[in-house]
Write a protein that binds this ligand. Structure first.
Ligand code: NA7
Length: 534
């Protein structure tokens, strides 16, 4: 008797049941195609399923970080806070899965291991941990921040206490009461969770390699007047936001620090500090572009840190010396204030790196006896989920090898040598430098329209041309070179992962990108090759 698993056939296999995969499934079904989502987790939600650490919330206002494809959905759903917390976002995603009857199209607890293009049949053969699939198209909706970075600390495997990672947080409630807790990392996840963990823990040791800039969220219950006003003109509101460089409403000022009276600038920055959150970065149009103007904004935040943090030595360690926004800007609730608590201690890893982790202790400048160790050490961003799967295209080309010296993609949607493969918010698209949800919808709509166009025009196979891809990445980098983003070590350019190619990957500028996408379509998918004959 054969033990070969039977191959299941679909028009499209989608990888990932997060916000992107769910919407993609809906759109393909509306097109009359058969599609299936393969999902590693036991439930929907993607990033919002995995990242359930205390304080996890979106730092883009929920009225913007929500689907816009269905008018009734966006009118009927009510967010309870300006910036919704992870449980509410997950509830929303579950609501969408039920409302649009998507669950029967998802295979849970299945991990994609290999995807290989069969050049004879022009189809993808996909092997998962549980089954085999064959499909004409494969769409990776695997997210930009989905593969945890777990540094290889000496002795980590010997730790016998409670070991947690923010990006794979358990579903059961975790208690820190009476415990000595160590947290490694001070990115967004740590900045959100530290104030809440500090309230519970007996002692909290924060191990920081690089300090971050963070702006107060001023979060609170949804302003009902604001909600009503937005909902009365929801589609117009979304369109207006999309005109902005980062696709976010709050960032809309076109004036320049370099051309404004410095007292006026300080007054405005004070106002933005109080209300803008992430929008602080775009409060003046030259903060992302001009090093001197950036420094004015950075100094403003540096001064805030020294005002908030009582101990000057602690304040100094918490103060970044690089361009504000060069690393992903954070938004917090009481982060810097937390360092005034007596039970919170900051350890500067730049001076004293972690040398050893033992059964219930961690060595840096001295030995810390601990009960709990939390890794808030980030992700193999933007490419990790794709290079982690054995993806094989034309002539045996392996994606992992092809991207060894830096990821390349055409528009963040297609990759040369990988026919009928699409990525949602892939490298080379605005993705993490935009409001992710509208960017996801933009890509899903584009991919769906492309497949529909192919069917209407009797095209079987699409792939990026190598030249179009090369030119695209040159453009991505030319634009980045005009900004402050390229000279800071960050996960935008792969610097957070040892041995990863250092390449800047997001396309900066939502409106320009949108125009270029539309232009590609208007010119019958310029830069793509259809039904290539070798
Ligand atoms: P981030 O922002 O990548 O933060 C990870 C943190 O972990 C950051 O402070 C890193 O320091 C630190 N880190 C990573 N590796 C190490 C080692 N080996 N030793 C010490 N410290 C280390 O990830 P988050 O999860 O906080 O946030 C990700 C995004 O989610 C966020 O930007 C939002 O978009 C939402 P480093 O800066 O590399 O020196």
């Amino acid at each position: 008797m054969s033990h070969e698993k039977q191959t299941q056939e679909f028009d499209v296999v989608i990888v990932g049941a997060g916000l992107a995969g769910l919407y993609q499934l809906l759109k393909l079904r509306q097109l009359g195609l058969t599609a299936v989502i393969i999902e590693k987790a036991d439930q929907v939600g993607g990033t919002w399923h995995w990242n359930r650490y205390p304080g996890a919330r979106c730092d883009i206002p929920s009225l913007e970080y929500s689907y816009q494809f269905d008018e009734s959905l966006q009118q009927e759903w009510n967010w309870s806070e300006k910036y919704s917390a992870q449980p509410e976002i997950l509830e929303y995603i579950n609501h969408v899965a039920d409302r649009f009857e998507l669950r029967d199209g998802i295979k849970f607890n299945e991990e994609v291991i290999k995807a290989e293009f069969d050049e004879v049949n022009s189809s993808w053969k996909i092997k998962t941990s549980a089954s085999n699939y064959e499909s004409r198209f494969v769409i990776f909706a695997t997210g930009c921040l989905s593969v945890p970075n777990k540094p290889d600390f000496e002795g980590l495997e010997n730790f016998e206490g409670q070991l947690l990672q923010t990006s794979t947080w358990p579903q059961e409630e975790q208690s820190f009461s009476g415990k000595r807790v160590a947290i490694i990392g001070t990115g967004s996840s740590a900045i959100q969770s530290i104030p809440l963990i500090a309230e519970q823990a007996d002692q909290l040791y924060v191990f920081q390699r690089t300090p971050n800039y963070s702006i107060p969220s001023n979060n609170g219950p949804m302003d009902k007047e604001r909600e009503k006003e937005v909902k009365e003109r929801y589609s117009e509101f979304r369109k207006d936001n999309w005109q902005n460089g980062f696709g976010i409403a709050a960032i809309s000022d076109e004036s320049l620090i370099s051309e404004t009276d410095i007292n006026e600038v300080h007054q405005q920055l004070e106002e933005n500090w109080e209300s803008a959150g992430l929008g602080f970065f775009g409060g003046y149009a030259d903060i992302p572009l001009d090093a001197n103007s950036n420094d004015v904004a950075a100094n403003f935040v540096r001064n805030k840190i020294s005002e908030i943090v009582d101990d000057p030595d602690t304040a100094k360690i918490l103060t970044p010396d690089y361009h504000i926004g060069g690393k992903r800007l954070c938004v917090d609730t009481g982060y810097f204030e937390t360092f005034n608590r007596e039970n919170v201690h900051l350890i500067n890893l730049k001076e004293n790196p972690i040398t050893q982790i033992s059964s219930l202790s961690l060595d840096a400048d001295k030995t810390y006896e601990i009960d709990t160790l939390i890794l808030a050490t980030g992700f193999d961003a933007m490419t990790g989920a794709l290079t982690g799967i054995d993806i094989i295209g034309r002539d045996g080309a392996k994606l992992k090898d092809q991207w060894e010296n830096g990821a390349k993609s055409y528009l963040g949607l297609g990759i040369a040598n990988f026919p009928n493969l699409f990525t949602v918010t892939g490298p080379g698209s605005p993705s993490v430098l935009s409001n992710m949800l509208p960017s996801i919808e933009q890509h899903v709509n584009w991919i769906t329209d492309c497949i529909e166009w192919m069917n209407a025009n009797d095209k079987k196979v699409i792939e990026s041309s190598k030249t179009a891809e090369d030119n695209w990445m040159v453009l991505v980098n030319e634009i980045a070179d005009m900004t402050i983003f390229t000279d800071t070590k960050s996960w935008y350019n792969g610097s957070n992962i040892e041995d990863k190619a250092k390449a800047f990957l997001p396309f900066i500028g939502v409106p320009v990108y949108t125009e270029m996408l539309e232009q590609v379509v208007a010119e019958d998918y310029k830069g793509f090759i259809f039904d290539r004959v070798n």
